[in-house]
Design a protein around this ligand. Structure first.
Ligand SMILES: Nc1ncnc2c1ncn2[C@@H]1O[C@H](COP(=O)(O)O)[C@@H](O)[C@H]1OP(=O)(O)O
Ligand SMILES: [Mg+2]
Ligand SMILES: [Mg+2]
Ligand SMILES: [Mg+2]
Length: 421
């Protein structure tokens, strides 16, 4: 990250009138002990209290940066949940009344909306407000380049208003409204390169912008790297119902929903709660060993991942159910609670995966007992900067199914060549 933007953001955050005298919790207060059950058998009841997130009885699989001592990331996790929830509120409001002028196109022709920018500003703002004593480094998808152009003035005004309205309605932070200049500066606080040393937040402010534009699935995806490993992740999925969206139950996707918030911390398991603040429940991946019973997730957009390759892998494995096609890292969330057992992703050859498209989802699945690798069976490496450096594709499943899945993937890849970009 350029030093000038670190300094500017630090100045902005520290000079704005400090945290509220009103210590109201962001999510609704939760009862201390709540037994909670949802329909899916993968959701197990937990004792819901803030300390429940410290449980050490998880099926953790990701390696700790310092495996003998368990670091606690409780404060960072609470800040991440608050940041993603507030960003989700902004995104939900924009999605309700999306205007043509809210949508722009980036230089790579991918869409970006006022909500992508607004979400990035809110997440960065909340993290810095909640964790004022910690060094701040953020690797995020958006930058302010296009917004600084003359023709983007109106868009920038709209983003600034959306962000200020969301902060004011939430009421947690007594700050003077952000100026357009502040907004540009905060967006550019996301220009860190990440890497193997120190802590870095990793943010996709809207993952699945195409789904967002269609009114379908999208996610606010926020992870934290410590010494190159993902140590916590939060996925806010405003359009994902709490009930299962397993193959055959996809009608659940069309119902109005409160939305889901998944959160995971290294060695502490994965939890799901409603974005409206229901008590968290611990979730687990499907433990099926039988590929015939497994169903799989893939991208809604065929241009993001080869549907024909996933089809041939599924056939080789003996998967019977049709694929569940949804946008964004909501796939990782759905997999973490056992709605399906496999996620297959095969972009065109030459497409470089970014860390913000997988960091949060990766730990949400890993802490729920799942495993993610590339097509060569190598674990995903988040320590190499803004991009993931991997062999073709990403495959995610439970530990029992992984060996058979890897074999089917490798056999299918020999038969089918992915198109080049
Ligand atoms: N050509 C592409 N191939 C693969 N993924 C892409 C491509 N273009 C954009 N993406 C990214 O893929 C992710 C969505 O994939 P899917 O929903 O299919 O799982 C998003 O992160 C999206 O970026 P964005 O965050 O801008 O939406
Ligand atoms: Mg994008
Ligand atoms: Mg994305
Ligand atoms: Mg995005």
């Amino acid at each position: 990250m350029a030093m000038s933007s670190i300094t500017a953001v630090a100045r902005l955050v520290h000079l704005t009138p400090s945290i509220s005298s009103n210590p109201k919790p962001f999510l609704s207060p939760k009862p201390l002990f709540t037994l909670f059950s949802l329909k899916s058998s993968s959701y197990s009841p937990i004792i819901s209290s803030s300390s429940s997130l410290n449980s050490s009885s998880s099926s953790s699989s990701a390696a700790a940066p310092n495996s003998s001592i368990r670091m606690s990331y409780d404060k960072q996790l609470a800040a991440a949940k608050k940041a993603a929830s507030l960003a989700a509120t902004l995104c939900q409001n924009v999605q309700k009344g999306l205007l043509q002028s809210d949508v722009q196109s980036k230089s790579d022709k991918s869409p970006v909306t006022v909500a992508d920018y607004g979400s990035q500003v809110l997440v960065s703002f909340v993290l810095q407000k909640e964790l004022p004593d910690q060094a701040f480094s953020l690797v995020a998808e958006e930058d302010s380049g296009d917004l600084r152009k003359e023709e983007s003035q109106e868009t920038l005004q709209r983003i600034t208003k959306l962000v200020n309205d969301t902060i004011a309605n939430d009421g947690s932070y007594k700050v003077s409204p952000l100026s357009e200049g502040d907004v540009l500066t905060i967006i550019d606080s996301g220009m860190s390169e990440g890497g193997p040393n120190g802590q870095h937040w990793v943010l996709d402010p809207i993952d699945g912008t195409k789904g967002f534009l269609r009114g379908d699935q999208y996610a606010i995806a926020l992870g934290l790297l410590d010494e190159g490993k993902v140590v916590l992740g939060v996925l806010a999925c405003p359009n994902l119902p709490l009930e299962s969206i397993a193959s055959g139950n996809q009608s659940a996707l069309n119902k109005a929903s409160a939305g889901c918030l998944f959160s995971a911390q290294l060695s502490c398991g994965t939890y799901m709660e409603s974005l409206e603040g229901s008590p968290p429940v611990k979730v687990h991946v499907s433990n099926t060993e039988n590929p015939e019973e497994a169903s799989f997730f893939e991208s809604y957009e065929a241009a993001h991942s080869s549907h024909s390759l996933s089809g041939s892998i599924a056939k080789k494995l003996g998967v019977k159910a049709p694929p569940v096609r949804i946008d964004s890292q909501a796939k990782y969330g759905a997999l973490s609670r056992g709605d399906g057992a496999i996620y297959l992703r095969f972009p065109n050859k030459g497409y470089r995966e970014k860390i913000w498209d997988h960091a949060a989802g990766y730990i949400v699945v890993a802490e729920a007992g799942g495993v993610a690798s590339d097509a060569a069976g190598e674990p995903l490496d988040f320590s190499k900067g803004r991009y993931l450096d991997l062999d073709t594709g990403i495959i995610v499943t439970n530990r029992k199914l992984m060996p058979a899945l890897l074999k089917a993937v490798q056999d299918s890849l020999k038969e089918e060549v992915l198109p080049s970009l």
